[in-house]
Write a protein that binds this ligand. Structure first.
Ligand SMILES: Nc1ncnc2c1ncn2[C@@H]1O[C@H](COP(=O)(O)OP(=O)(O)OP(=O)(O)O)[C@@H](O)[C@H]1O
Ligand SMILES: [Mg+2]
Length: 329
């Protein structure tokens, strides 16, 4: 059986040790979501009622887990962390739910990976805070009602389309995480540069920002490598040449494309007569999961007009072909 205390501790550790903001002031962007969340938290406090169930939907690295942690901190609730793919047994789910205390937050990452029967099992828990459990098998089987404490379910997903409609309907709000602006990414970078005691020239910062695909996680990861680079070379003021050198070591180009993105473009460019390639074929040719290609790689390439999605697969655009011949990494 899964021990809730272990799960809680597991999440608290990375939150403290990682680069996650510990309060809303250091959480950049997503202003609309924060505003609505504030309203909801205020009302639930006034009405002495649990916060309604929420879905955080958006591309990887945009801050879904971080925000769930901030909500829990802000309302003084425990955050019980779990992952859709590990909640496979109804018995385990029942144990987790019955161990929840009043106003706890059950955070389920990759919630779209919950199997349909598990999603169904959640229905009564989400709507009316009880479970109908069947004990035993065959003619002697008995159904038992188990009351639960009012809790809040926060599900995070990169694939809203994979959640069934009745399951979605049991959530108060579905928050779609927006793309970060350059200004917001710049603020995130500056906060961490300061803690690393590093300064940066404006033209160097501009390149650093463009290399992040506007994703906070990429920004933080690149910054950690840059910090190591600066320690090694004894640098305290980062110049454009340092950034370019560091990015080339990481095989990331100035627009944020990495080796995998280039490989994907190459595979599409090598397709006979530039015929479309399906995502499953791409996945086996590139040795990467379909999910990674669809939720991490493609959105950026599509947004920048380097590839196109057709009903029969993906094709490289003229811009993509030009980009490939101009920019080999
Ligand atoms: N709005 C933000 N302000 C500051 N830092 C952020 C913000 N959003 C995310 N980060 C940082 O980016 C990193 C990734 O965020 P997080 O893990 O919350 O993303 P996620 O949406 O849960 O990703 P995944 O879908 O892969 O689980 C964290 O280290 C976090 O500190
Ligand atoms: Mg996450």
């Amino acid at each position: 059986m899964i021990n809730n205390d272990d799960i809680i501790q597991e999440l608290e550790q990375p939150i403290r040790k990682s680069f996650r903001p510990i309060d809303f002031n250091n959480f950049m962007g997503q202003k609309r979501i924060i505003k609505q969340l504030n309203l909801m938290m205020h009302a639930s406090d006034k009405l002495q009622k649990n916060l309604d169930h929420l879905i955080f939907f958006g591309a990887p690295g945009l801050g879904k887990t971080t925000l769930a942690g901030l909500v829990a901190n802000s309302i003084g609730s425990n955050l019980v962390y779990s992952q859709g793919q590990s909640l496979t047994k109804i018995g385990d789910v029942a144990a987790i739910l019955s161990n929840l205390k009043e106003n706890d937050i059950l955070f389920v990452d990759e919630v779209h990976r919950l199997k349909p029967n598990v999603q169904e099992f959640f229905y009564t828990a989400l709507e009316d805070f009880y479970l109908d459990i069947v004990i035993g098998k065959g003619p002697t089987a008995k159904s038992m009602r188990l009351d639960l404490q009012p809790f809040t379910f926060i599900g995070a997903t990169t694939r809203l389309d994979k959640l069934t409609q009745p399951f979605r309907d049991r959530f108060g709000v579905i928050f779609k995480f927006e793309e970060y602006t350059k200004k917001e990414i710049s603020k995130i970078l500056k906060i961490h540069l300061k803690t690393f005691e590093l300064e940066i020239k404006d033209d160097a910062l501009d390149i650093l920002i463009s290399s992040t695909k506007s994703v906070p996680r990429i920004a933080i990861n690149t910054l950690k490598r840059l910090h190591e680079y600066c320690l090694f070379h004894n640098i305290s003021m980062i110049l454009k040449s340092h950034i370019l050198d560091c990015l080339s070591l990481l095989s990331i180009d100035e627009t944020g494309l990495n080796q995998f993105d280039f490989k994907l473009l190459e595979v599409l460019s090598e397709s006979r007569e530039l015929r479309p390639i399906g995502v499953k074929t791409l996945s086996s040719l590139l040795g990467e999961e379909v999910d990674y290609i669809e939720s991490i790689c493609e959105p950026f390439l599509l947004k920048n007009g380097l590839i196109q999605k057709t009903s029969s697969g993906r094709i490289i655009t003229t811009k993509g072909l030009k980009f490939l011949s101009d920019n080999k990494i």
